[in-house]
Design a protein around this ligand. Structure first.
Ligand SMILES: [Zn+2]
Length: 339
């Protein structure tokens, strides 16, 4: 089952949130506007689908781009945004990216198509990257539709131009493999460069997986205020953490107990995933939008008990001076539900 178009930004969010804490979706409508490591991105996101050209090539898939989207992307690029044209395969685990230069070179009054191959998805599952090479006539050069795992989206976005400068699938497969290793070894907070030097090609790639430093006092203050107890489920069990209400990644998010909540690992994760959120008035908010995304992507087993918590009160410290501020709860809700 394919996801509703208006929920497609969740593919982007779920790919980028683990990549860097310095990430925010600004506008979830297509093209999705976001910041990643302080750079502005505008990504057109849609599904790849059969091109309807089965007679000639039943492996062919494509995305279609309206003239309006292309012009909007061109304008955003002129303003300094980095732009990308992304097509996800239906489960969201693999995407194809086209060179923006190629898209901008296409001439069409209404809708244009850019193409890839269904079989690229299979290749990504075995070798992490796969290209479909074609002649970009208006550019007068060969161009690549590059298929990558969703986990490489951040790395791709940070290096769009360099990715499309590479001229061999082998170089891209190697590059993404090296990045994945670094990703697995170093985790959040790692940054660096990966240089590709292959068959006369030299390109430098960067990755920046920002992790903001934590103030250890914040954790102490919050856990003390709540008696080391999850404010949603009343459990202790040494699985309780301190969470920021206005996300830690938002500039100016206070390291004050009134911007904190004590949450068990499970409820912390559901908060970060914006499924169940402590909201203003000390009531829980169940995010039906996120639930719909999980349902449509077959990830919603067990959601019933979480849905039942909607509007239920959550616990706050007895000391009024240490309770969460309502304006923080509202702002945190807006930021987290918006993305
Ligand atoms: Zn809990």
């Amino acid at each position: 089952m394919a996801l509703d178009r208006n929920l497609l930004f969740y593919f982007v969010r779920d790919a980028l949130a683990p990549y860097s804490e310095n990430f925010r979706i600004i506008d979830r409508q297509n093209p999705v506007q976001m910041t990643l490591n302080d750079a502005h991105y505008s990504a057109h996101v849609s599904y790849v689908h059969d091109s309807g050209n089965a007679r000639d090539n039943d492996d062919e898939v494509r995305i279609q781009l309206g003239r309006g989207i292309i012009e909007e992307q061109r304008a955003r690029q002129a303003r300094g945004d980095r732009v990308a044209f992304i097509g996800f395969f239906d489960t969201g685990d693999t995407f194809v990216a086209w060179d923006p230069r190629h898209v901008f070179s296409l001439q069409a009054r209404t809708v244009v198509s850019v193409y890839a191959r269904q079989s690229q998805r299979v290749s990504v599952s075995t070798q992490q990257a796969a290209v479909h090479q074609f002649m970009a006539r208006q550019l007068g050069e060969q161009s690549f539709a590059i298929a990558l795992p969703a986990s490489a989206l951040g790395f791709y976005l940070e290096n769009v131009e360099h990715f499309h400068a590479l001229r061999s699938e082998h170089a891209i497969v190697n590059l993404v493999g090296r990045h994945t290793e670094t990703f697995a070894d170093a985790g959040l907070g790692a940054s660096g460069e990966i240089e590709v030097d292959e068959a006369g090609e030299r390109e430098k790639f960067t990755f920046e997986r920002t992790a903001y430093p934590r103030d250890p006092r914040f954790k102490k203050w919050v856990l003390e205020a709540y008696g080391q107890t999850c404010c949603v489920c009343d459990r202790q069990l040494a699985i309780v953490q301190a969470a920021h209400i206005i996300p830690h990644s938002v500039e100016g998010s206070p390291n004050h107990v009134t911007n904190g909540l004590a949450l068990c690992i499970e409820h912390h994760r559901l908060y970060d995933d914006a499924l169940l959120l402590p909201g203003p008035g000390y009531r829980l908010v169940f995010n039906t939008d996120r639930a719909e995304y999980l349902r449509q992507t077959n990830q919603d087993k067990g959601i019933g008990e979480i849905r039942n918590l909607h509007e239920r009160p959550f616990a706050v410290p007895t000391d009024p001076a240490r309770r969460p501020r309502n304006d923080y709860l509202q702002r945190g809700l807006d930021i987290r539900m918006g993305a």
